[in-house]
Design a protein around this ligand. Structure first.
Ligand SMILES: Cc1cc2nc3c(=O)[nH]c(=O)nc-3n(C[C@H](O)[C@H](O)[C@H](O)COP(=O)(O)OP(=O)(O)OC[C@H]3O[C@@H](n4cnc5c(N)ncnc54)[C@H](O)[C@@H]3O)c2cc1C
Length: 469
């Protein structure tokens, strides 16, 4: 596909469409839009221009313009993606949703929030809480990712074990199609089976099918009681073996996370705070919530007993905000903390059936030993979702790329052997396009390509992401 390269005349046209204040061309100002959170220069590229529309009509005008000119459009939320999904690797313009950041309605009767995409997930959670309501989505990046980005990537996060991924909370979407048409699917109806379920095709489409400009989010009553357990184990395998036992004990925990010893030590270093039993082999972090104190207490007692019966060194229970925060800070610091050990790394996001987690971690350990590299792991154990991170450390560029590619090849092969998939929540973006194409059934790949062609016949929406160019 030959795309049009943006020139000075084009910039004038964009300014005429959405105003000079909403068009950025200066390199120093565009620099922050040239990357996401993938820590590798190979996944960076300067945009030709950045546009900051203020409303859906402006998004539509830009899309119509880009479709006529054959200019790639890369929608962007908070830029916290871990798959180079919001990077203009094939040229074109960045369409940042940061100025569309209004909560339009909180409906206490139907338990809905209607909002624009450019609001941070943390602000969504707090706004719901102020109304005594609960938005269950909770990626570790909540303070910097946008709700629109969460929808576009179908973000998972800590509470997905009990409440599901972002898709579970989305009941309606307004979308600007690649040709500029504005269309709404769904809304506040809790049930609606008219037509195809386009909403859940758009959720997780990573900006390749359209621009999400308005979202109907389902809220829930705020759980009154919450308790978090921090459970250290001497050995990683002991910790991970306990996960299927908890998941089959008749309780659905809100969160069930794990951290291996390297991740614990990295977080301790990053936070500059002593963590309990930080020389242990692994932590399990488990949260339960509910409407009565007795329910929460009885659930955490059952989980605590399962852990102690299965080699836990100790069970710490936090049932107040301060100790809750301390525990979650350690877990949420994982990605940032690893940067202190190795500024460049390759964070993976594999997912396997929960019962196969112990085997998956065994395989990762074998691969790390075989290639003599460090691969710290942490993640959403209750979802079978493991973030294993290959560290570059002091390797030169060439050795690093050879090592990373060889390690990834073996990790992905092991994951598919274990009936897993290469990304549980971070997405395919640009980073995993090749690997996905290699492992996905060709007929399934054909269906994906047909969907893309139906939405975006000119392939201008985030080209080269999810599917090969
Ligand atoms: C420290 C850290 C912790 C993280 N923890 C988690 C976690 O627990 N769970 C998890 O799932 N992810 C996690 N992530 C990854 C990331 O935060 C999520 O993928 C998040 O949903 C991305 O949101 P964003 O607003 O930053 O999107 P961006 O990075 O800006 O974009 C991501 C993708 O969505 C598309 N997009 C963005 N907005 C729109 C829109 N309005 N319309 C159409 N397409 C759009 C982009 O084109 C791109 O393909 C983490 C990242 C970091 C750095």
């Amino acid at each position: 596909m030959q795309y049009h390269k943006i020139n000075a005349e084009d910039i004038k046209e964009l300014i005429a469409l959405i105003g000079v204040a909403n068009v950025v061309v200066e390199e120093d100002k565009m620099d922050m839009y040239s990357r996401d959170e993938v820590s590798d220069k190979n996944w960076e590229k300067m945009p030709e221009v950045v546009v900051l529309p203020e409303n859906t009509q402006q998004v539509s005008a830009v899309m119509k313009w880009a479709n006529n000119k054959l200019v790639p459009v890369i929608p962007r939320g908070g830029g916290t993606g871990l798959a180079a999904g919001a990077v203009p690797l094939n040229g074109g313009l960045i369409l940042s949703l940061e100025r569309m950041n209004q909560i339009l309605e909180i409906d206490n009767h139907n338990l809905f929030m209607v909002l624009e995409p450019g609001i941070s997930t943390g602000d969504v959670q707090r706004a719901a809480k102020e109304h005594g309501l609960f938005y269950a989505g909770d990626p570790c990046s909540a303070e910097s990712s946008f709700i629109g980005g969460n929808v576009a990537t179908n973000a998972g996060g800590n509470r997905a074990v009990k409440y599901g991924t972002t898709s579970r909370h989305v009941y309606g979407l307004e979308v600007v199609m690649p040709n500029g048409d504005i269309v709404t699917f769904g809304g506040k109806n809790v049930k609606d089976v008219s037509g195809y379920d386009v909403i859940h095709l758009l959720v997780g489409s990573e900006g390749t099918l359209g621009v999400i400009t308005k979202i109907w989010l389902k809220l829930m009553p705020l759980p009154k009681y919450v308790a978090t357990l921090l459970v250290p184990f001497k050995e990683m395998q002991e910790a991970i073996n306990v996960v299927p036992k908890i998941m089959t004990a008749g309780i659905i925990p809100t969160c069930l996370e794990f951290m291996d010893s390297e991740s614990i030590k990295a977080s301790e270093l990053y936070l500059n705070k002593k963590l309990p039993y930080s020389d242990c082999g692994a932590y399990i972090i488990c949260q339960v919530d509910g409407t009565t104190e007795q329910q929460v207490e009885s659930e955490y007692e059952i989980i605590g007993k399962i852990c102690l019966d299965n080699a836990a060194m100790e069970v710490f229970v936090s049932d107040n905000m301060a100790s809750e925060e301390r525990i979650w800070k350690a877990r949420k610091a994982y990605a940032e903390a690893l940067r202190m050990i190795s500024p460049v790394y390759c964070m993976e996001d594999i997912v396997v059936p929960v019962s196969n987690i112990p085997k998956a971690l065994e395989e990762i350990d074998k691969i790390a030993k075989k290639f003599k590299c460090r691969i710290p792991s942490a993640g959403h154990a209750g979802d079978g979702n493991i973030h294993c991170t290959i560290l570059r450390e002091d390797r030169d560029e060439h050795t690093w790329h050879e090592l990373k590619d060889a390690v990834l090849e073996e990790i992905y092969a092991a994951v598919y052997q274990l009936e897993g998939s290469l990304t549980g929540e971070h997405g395919v973006g640009a980073k995993r396009v090749e690997a996905q194409a290699k492992h996905m059934d060709p007929t399934a790949m054909g269906v994906l390509k047909a969907v893309k062609a139906a939405f975006d016949p000119n392939n201008i929406m985030n080209p080269g992401k999810v599917l090969p160019l």
